[in-house]
Design a protein around this ligand. Structure first.
Ligand SMILES: [Zn+2]
Length: 442
C-alpha cells in the first residue's frame, strides 16, 4: 500500500489562491448536489453507505454507475474472487458465475460472453464494476431513482424466493475524507494541527490556507492522518479559511473548507547592544551562508512517525532573557528576522537535556552564528534546535531519550554571554516553544 500525498508549496499571492479555492469550493459543492459525484446504492430500501476504505461509487464517462466491487457484492451475499493472471473479477452466487475482466467491454456469464457498454476499472487499489451489467447477469433487477440519484436493488431478485436479507455494511461517512482542526487556540507562530480521517490508501491530500506559508506534510497516525502546520508569524488576526483538497486532479477530487480564528498576540521588542567586532565577525553573509548550508538541511528530512511521548520538558533551567518571536534591534538596527526561539541564560556548563525522544540530525561545532549546534528530529516534521553550546555529548544519527544530557550551556557563536538558545520548528519554520506539544495530536 502506498500513501501518496502532494505537498503544496505556495509561490503566488495568498489572495489570489484564496479566491481560486473559493471558486473551486463552490464548483464542488455544486457537483455534490448534481449527479457527477454522489451516487447512493440502496438494497431493499436500505442505503449501503460507503467510506474511504471501501471506495465510493461514481458515474463513469459512459454514464454508468461504478460501485466498489467487494463491499457491494458481499453485501448481497455473493462470493468474490480475483484472478490475477487474467485480471478478472469472479463473482459467484449459487450456480451462476459472472466473470468481469478489467478494462474489457464484455462480461462472461457461465462461460458465455455478454457485451457491455462500459468497463470495470481499478482505481487506486479498489476494483469498481458497472453494477447494472453485473447484477443483470444474475437476473437481478436494478432500478434508478433519478430524484435521489440512487441505484436500487431488490435483493429478492438476486437471492430468489428464499428472500434472504443482505447484510448491509454501514460506514460512518458517505464521502472518503474529512478533517478537523484539533488545536483550539491558534496564535501567530503556533502550530495548527489537523486530523484527517477516513482516507483511502491512495488518496492525495493537499492543504490550502493563507495562514501557513510553509511546506505541509501529512503523516499517518493510528487510524487517521496528521498535519502539523506552522501558523505564519505575520498572519492576519481573525478568521481564516483552511481547505483540504482530496484527490486533486482526479475524477473524485473534492474540497472541504473550515474556518478557524487566529487570535491576537503581542510580541515584545528588545534592544541589544553588542561589540562591533562580535557583530561583524558573527553576523555576516558568510554566517548566513553557513547556516543555510549546515543547519537548515538538518531540518528537512523527518522520521514519518511520532517519536516524542507526552509533554516536552525544559531543555535547561535558566532565566528567560529573550522570548520567541521578539522583535530585535541589534545596535539600533532592526534585525531582519524575529527571534527564532527562546534564550535561557544559565551558567556555562549547565546541562542541556533532550526535551523529548528523537534522533540527532546535527551536532556541528563552531558555527559562526549559532556556535556549537545540535538539532533533534522528533518525527512528523517537528524539530528542536540548541545553539551556543559549550560542549556536545551527541553525534548526528544518535537516538536520544527524554532527559538525556546532550550538551552544556555555553556562549559560542553570536552570543554575548552563556545562554541556551532553544528553538522548536516544523521543518525550518520556527514555532512557539511555549505551546504545549503533548495535547496537539493525542
Ligand atoms: Zn537566541
Amino acid at each position: 500500500m502506498v500513501f501518496i500525498f502532494r505537498d503544496v508549496v505556495r509561490k503566488t499571492g495568498c489572495r489570489k489562491l484564496k479566491r481560486k479555492i473559493a471558486a473551486l469550493t463552490v464548483a464542488f459543492m455544486f457537483m455534490f448536489s448534481s449527479s457527477a459525484y454522489a451516487v447512493d446504492i440502496n438494497i431493499d430500501d436500505t442505503n449501503v453507505e460507503f467510506c474511504g476504505h471501501t471506495g465510493i461509487p461514481f458515474i463513469d464517462s459512459n454514464n454508468r454507475t461504478q460501485v466498489p466491487l467487494r463491499i457491494t457484492m458481499e453485501s448481497l451475499g455473493a462470493e468474490v474472487d480475483w484472478n490475477q493472471e487474467t485480471q478478472t473479477v469472479v463473482v459467484k452466487k449459487d450456480d451462476v458465475m459472472v466473470e468481469v475482466p478489467i478494462g474489457k467491454y464484455y462480461i462472461i456469464k457461465n462461460g458465455q460472453q455478454i457485451p457491455n457498454d462500459t468497463i470495470a476499472i481499478i482505481r487506486g487499489s479498489k476494483t469498481f464494476i458497472p453494477i447494472r451489467a453485473v447484477l443483470e447477469a444474475f437476473g437481478t433487477e436494478v432500478g434508478w431513482k433519478n430524484e435521489t440519484q440512487t441505484v436500487t436493488i431488490d435483493s429478492q431478485s438476486f437471492h430468489g424466493s428464499d428472500g434472504r436479507i443482505p447484510s448491509v455494511v454501514v460506514c460512518l461517512k458517505s464521502h472518503p475524507g474529512d478533517f478537523t482542526i484539533t488545536t483550539a487556540e491558534n496564535y501567530p507562530g503556533n502550530i495548527l494541527a489537523l486530523k484527517i480521517e477516513k482516507l483511502n490508501e491512495d488518496d492525495m491530500v493537499s492543504i490550502h490556507t493563507d495562514a501557513v506559508k510553509a511546506k505541509e506534510k501529512v503523516y499517518k497516525y493510528g487510524d487517521y492522518f496528521i498535519a502539523l502546520l506552522p501558523i505564519d508569524l505575520y498572519a492576519a488576526i481573525g478568521d481564516h479559511d483552511l481547505t483540504v483538497t482530496f484527490n486533486q486532479g482526479k475524477d473524485d477530487e473534492y474540497n472541504i473548507t473550515r474556518t478557524f480564528v487566529i487570535k491576537s498576540k503581542t510580541f515584545k521588542t528588545q534592544y541589544l547592544v553588542v561589540s562591533e567586532s562580535l557583530n561583524q565577525s558573527n553576523r555576516n553573509d558568510e554566517a548566513n551562508k553557513e547556516f543555510v548550508e549546515v543547519v537548515k538541511p538538518a531540518r528537512t528530512i523527518s522520521e514519518p512517525k511520532k517519536l516524542w511521548e507526552g509533554e516536552f520538558i525544559m531543555a535547561a533551567s535558566g532565566r528567560l532573557t529573550t522570548d520567541f518571536a521578539q522583535i530585535r534591534y541589534v545596535n539600533n538596527e532592526i534585525s531582519s528576522s524575529r527571534h527564532s526561539g527562546i534564550d535561557l541564560a544559565a551558567p556555562s556548563g549547565t546541562a542541556v537535556l533532550a526535551p523529548n525522544n528523537g534522533n540527532v540530525t546535527l551536532a556541528a561545532p563552531g558555527l559562526l552564528s549559532t556556535g556549537n549546534t545540535i538539532v533533534i528530529d522528533h518525527g512528523m516534521g517537528l524539530f528542536t534546535s540548541y545553539y551556543h553550546l559549550n560542549t556536545m555529548n551527541v553525534r548526528a544519527g544518535d537516538a536520544v531519550s527524554k532527559g538525556d544530557v546532550i550538551g552544556t550551556v555555553g556562549s559560542t557563536g553570536f552570543s554575548t554571554g552563556p545562554h541556551l538558545h532553544y528553538a522548536v520548528s516544523i521543518y525550518n519554520t520556527y514555532v512557539n516553544p511555549h505551546q504545549p506539544i503533548a495535547g496537539i495530536i493525542d
